[in-house]
Design a protein around this ligand. Structure first.
Ligand code: GAR
Length: 197
């Protein structure tokens, strides 16, 4: 069985979308893959409740308990590595995980580490993407699923979705429109990875 490990920091709606799609589309039977673990760096992340209710193992790794970014990432990596099986390395899915990862961590999980970012990359890397899109006057916004490389919000693009920016949009209304699309493209991108495309 290939384990999928999902990292969250908050609401976890993308994680929930992946879990629901994996169930609905029978990823266990189809790809021999299952969401085996959800990790949060925040104990109060709402998404943990959903994961627990689904019977998925959860772990909290509070970055504030570690002396450095390197130490946190090493512990995080060791936790994830417990879910590698002799046959299959785990797939590591960042889903609203609001921590910048060290190059050593990225290297350790290279090729099997994915992220979703709420913009049409390479535009608007970093934070506050929706407000920045509105301020820039772009007519289209969206979301990107990509493989993670050492440079923040870069790496090969796996899926994108486009939404219009409407004249009276606020960052919140635009974020909600984009998030609906995120829930479609993240599971789709992961399914394609698991299929080996
Ligand atoms: C999503 O919009 C995701 O794209 C974004 O955080 C939100 C998490 O929502 N990620 C980033 O901004 C990463 N830099 P969720 O917890 O409900 O999935």
């Amino acid at each position: 069985m290939k384990n999928i490990v999902i990292l969250i920091s908050g609401g976890g709606s993308n994680m929930a979308a992946v879990v629901r799609t994996a169930e609905r589309e029978h990823w266990a039977k189809r790809y021999g893959a299952k969401v085996a673990l959800v990790i949060s760096n925040k104990a109060d992340a709402k998404g943990l409740d959903f994961a627990r209710a689904q019977g998925i193992a959860t772990e909290v790794l509070d970055h504030k308990s570690y002396p450095s970014r390197e130490a946190f990432d090493a512990a995080l990596g060791d936790l994830i590595a417990r879910y590698d099986t002799p046959e299959q390395p785990a797939l590591v899915v960042l889903a609203g995980f609001m921590r910048i990862l060290t190059p050593a961590f990225v290297e350790r999980f290279a090729g099997r580490l994915t992220n979703i970012h709420p913009s049409l990359l390479p535009a608007f890397t970093g934070l506050h993407t929706h407000q920045r899109a509105i301020d820039a006057g772009v007519q289209f916004a969206g979301a990107t699923v990509h493989l993670v490389t050492a440079e923040l919000d870069h790496g090969p693009i796996l899926e994108q979705a486009v939404v219009p920016v409407l004249p009276d949009d606020t960052a919140d209304t635009l974020a909600a429109r984009v998030l609906t699309q995120e829930h479609l493209i993240y599971p789709r991108a992961l399914a394609r990875l698991l299929e080996g495309h």
